[in-house]
Write a protein that binds this ligand. Structure first.
Ligand SMILES: [Zn+2]
Length: 254
């Protein structure tokens, strides 16, 4: 989408306009990946990830429920239900009439900031840590050079203009590509859901944290290049420890 060029650099430049990151798995195979996760949760996390990736912006009209249903492999009723819940939460806006439809709420960032839940976020980050450690333990040393090069493209140079949007975008792409390279579409699908949920429970990291996360990505890539599980695991643990989260229920930020 041309309008994102400049705002997010090369990440979406030249890419066709995607409506939703489609699910790559369907039927029993997806059931194995997601277990108890409901279709409505999946729709919600996918839309949240799309907003983080800049493919959908506040004010953008969502595709019709039928299109989303096809892309994600869930029923249209489930999509409608998910949209209804997101509308009630203030994440989406529904408008009637000739130019009506369902839109990403203009106040998306305000709503997600209010939805911040450090305890949920900690659980998701811990899950991501376990997932990525498992992927590394299983596939470190088998990763293709082209995948390593693709991951390197998501690292931000040290003198990068301090743009939290750019870093948040690079972070999401790094983890998606990492999961795909090490664990194929199953791991990718899991990672899309984890990242989407994280977007809803945790705002974009402040610049100082974003820079340290970027350093952890570089360390992880170094571990993959050296085929060292130890370096990779150290980098993944470091990455998980960088988020400034409150630890107790009572101090949950709003
Ligand atoms: Zn990261």
């Amino acid at each position: 989408m041309a309008r994102h060029v400049g705002k997010f650099g090369a990440y979406v430049a030249g890419e066709p306009s995607r409506l939703l990151v489609p699910s790559r798995l369907t039927g029993p195979r997806r059931q194995q990946v997601f277990g108890g996760l409901t279709g409505a949760e999946l729709v919600r996390s996918k839309i949240a990830l799309e907003v983080r990736l800049g493919d959908l912006l506040p004010g953008d009209r969502l595709p019709d429920a039928g299109v989303i249903s096809q892309a994600l492999g869930v029923s249209e009723i489930t999509v409608r239900r998910a949209m209804e819940i997101m509308d009630q939460d203030g994440l989406l806006e529904r408008r009637r009439g000739r130019v009506g439809g369902t839109f990403i709420a203009q106040k998306w960032n305000v709503v997600t900031t209010a939805m911040r839940d450090d305890e949920q976020a900690r659980q998701l980050i811990d899950f991501q840590l376990v997932l990525e450690c498992g992927l590394v333990a299983n596939s470190c040393g088998e990763i293709a050079q082209t995948d390593l090069d693709a991951l390197a493209e998501h690292l931000q140079p040290k003198d990068a203009k301090a743009d939290p949007n750019l870093f948040a975008l690079a972070d999401a792409h790094f983890h998606l590509d990492l999961a795909k390279a090490l664990g194929g579409w199953r791991a990718w699908e899991r990672q899309t859901d984890l990242l989407g949920k994280l977007c809803l429970h945790l705002p974009k990291p402040p610049m100082d944290v974003a820079l340290e996360l970027n350093e952890a990505h570089a360390q992880l890539l170094e571990g993959l290049r050296k085929e060292s599980i130890e370096i990779c695991v150290e980098a993944i643990k470091r990455h998980a420890s960088l988020w400034p989260l409150s630890s107790s229920k009572g101090s949950k930020k709003n």
